[in-house]
Design a protein around this ligand. Structure first.
Ligand code: HEM
Length: 491
């Protein structure tokens, strides 16, 4: 009887039936567990893929749905956590709840769960431990790093001095910052006019911008479909292919003249570790992971700190009276006859406050890197099942109205007490917090302080003629200032 009815149906009824059947499967498969965080109603099959995933859209959704809310992207559920208190609860109080990384197809195609930044479990633990130890060994402990940043500042200031008229500082800053991590990892720096290296920096900047585009993010929801379609994700992959070739080349050169008795840099130390960890393949010390780890350091260590400095110069041009106050402090504490050094920091509370405010307002990594619930967890009264992708909205912490007096304006007073002394702030989390906190935090802080003070010691910055400076940034994987041209006036 039922069979007869089915056979009598026309093809339109068949299609409607099939659609309803698939819809039912979709509803059952994506049903949220009890007490799952609320969120906008998802469309059948695709979920909330048309909702913007940039930090401004996420902020708006948090206003509507609360500090813990969810989206469905394709069939993947994602939870977003906002505000200082809730982010602190997730990253610090519940230290072991959100430690692993989810598989994001766009990045997975390049990083393949290897290295430090996008790996999980035992491999991540071992790689991170190695990175922490050796970044310290080749840098901080030996005071090498301070010297290397001071030397690079001389090159940078000279390059700025040689510019005639207004110019865009982007690639000088990228190159200078990248040279610090390059010296640690590759054992050498790159000249500012090295065309091959400049091309790598260009491809990197472009890829980071592309990673934030809505179209590229669609790849994460439907990777198998988008693999066959043209679009910005293909450019993203092509750029990384060239960057990977460049890194493999550096590693190959190291292998050629590697001396296990005298490791010169991070790559040599890693090659040595590969020999030591031969019997522990799970720890992942092999050439494949070395390439990705090198990419981790190079990527994470270049764009973020250089972008912070670009925000810094932009804010100084926008607020010349603040620029002047920093210069007065530099003149008083350092003068013009020697280079800034790290031991000047405690004597320069105003500059310290300005540098921190640049990081707060610049908001360079607004959404951090996504994590994954490592176990079933309850947060803010909501249930987050193991395996759910979780994003902590760092931007909402750096702009939390309950923590900052004037979150929307550039105000070094956020980091000064009544006596004009520098004061630390708990809600200052540009490097995130907890188990996954940025590996390069102290390196980045040194770079930002030393480059920034050296530049302001030598120059006064002003916008190019007729340039209207905008504080509206460009959204990519990082949040960067829109390109600008500036003039440098030697002091
Ligand atoms: C101003 C500069 C920088 C900022 C704002 C920044 C910010 C961040 C943030 C927000 C994370 C994600 C943490 C999380 O998942 O919760 C991170 C991770 C990371 N950063 Fe940085 N970073 C900076 C500079 C650097 C530098 C110079 C290095 C070079 C060594 C570096 C290496 C890394 C690595 C390897 C990770 C991954 C850590 C992990 O997954 O365990 N970063 N950074």
């Amino acid at each position: 009887m039922i069979l007869q009815v089915l056979l009598d149906l026309d093809y339109k009824s068949w299609l409607i039936g099939l659609f309803l059947f698939l819809l039912l499967i979709d509803i059952i498969r994506n049903k949220n567990p009890p007490r799952f965080p609320p969120g906008p109603r998802p469309l059948p099959f695709v979920g909330n893929i048309f909702t913007g995933l940039d930090f401004k859209s996420i902020d708006k959704l948090a206003e509507e749905y609360g500090e813990v809310f969810s989206l469905r992207l394709g069939s993947e559920k994602a939870v977003f956590i906002s505000g200082y208190k809730m982010v602190k609860e997730a990253l610090i109080t519940q230290l072991d709840s959100f430690v692993d990384r989810p598989v994001l197809p766009l990045f997975h195609k390049i990083f393949r769960g290897l290295g430090v930044g996008l790996s999980s479990g035992y491999l991540w633990k071992m790689q991170r431990k190695f990175a922490n130890t050796h970044l310290r060994h080749f840098g901080e402990a030996k005071k090498n790093l301070e010297l290397s940043i001071q030397q690079e500042s001389v090159f940078l200031c000279q390059a700025f001095k040689d510019e005639k008229g207004a110019f865009n500082p982007l690639f000088y800053l990228n190159n200078a910052v990248s040279n610090i991590i390059s010296a640690l990892v590759f054992g050498h720096r790159f000249e500012y006019h090295d065309e091959r290296f400049l091309n790598i920096l260009r491809l990197d900047t472009e890829a980071i911008l592309l990673a934030g585009s809505a179209q590229t993010q669609l790849y994460n929801a439907f990777p198998r479909l988008f693999d066959y379609l043209p679009g910005p994700h293909q450019k993203f992959f092509a750029n990384y292919k060239t960057i990977l070739e460049f890194l493999k080349d550096e590693i190959r050169k190291h292998q050629e003249d590697f001396d296990p008795l005298e490791p010169r840099d991070y790559i040599d130390a890693y090659l040595l570790e590969m020999e030591k960890k031969n019997s522990d393949p799970e720890a992942g010390f092999n050439i494949e992971t070395l390439v990705i780890t090198t990419l981790d350091m190079f990527e994470a260590g270049t764009e973020t700190a250089a972008t912070t400095l670009r925000w810094g110069l932009l804010y100084m041009m926008k607020y010349p009276e603040i620029q002047k106050q920093v210069q007065e402090e530099i003149d008083r504490v350092i003068g013009q006859s020697r280079q800034p050094c790290l031991s000047d920091k405690p004597n320069m509370p105003y500059t310290e406050a300005v540098v921190h405010e640049i990081q707060r307002a610049g908001n360079v990594v607004p959404l951090g890197f996504p994590k994954k619930a490592s176990k079933d967890t309850t947060l803010g009264g909501y249930f987050i099942p193991k395996g759910t992708t979780v994003t902590t909205n760092l931007s909402s912490v750096l702009n939390d109205k309950n923590e900052w007096k004037t979150p929307d304006s550039f105000n070094p007073g956020h980091f000064l007490d009544d006596q004009g002394q520098f004061r630390k702030r708990e809600a200052f989390l540009p490097f995130s917090a907890g188990r996954r906190v940025c590996v390069g935090e102290s390196l980045a802080r040194m770079e930002i302080f030393l480059f920034f003070t050296s530049l302001l010691q030598h120059f006064t910055f002003s916008p190019g003629p007729g340039v209207e400076l905008s504080l509206e940034g460009q959204m990519g994987f990082t949040y960067a200032p829109s390109p600008y041209r500036m003039c440098v006036n030697p002091r």
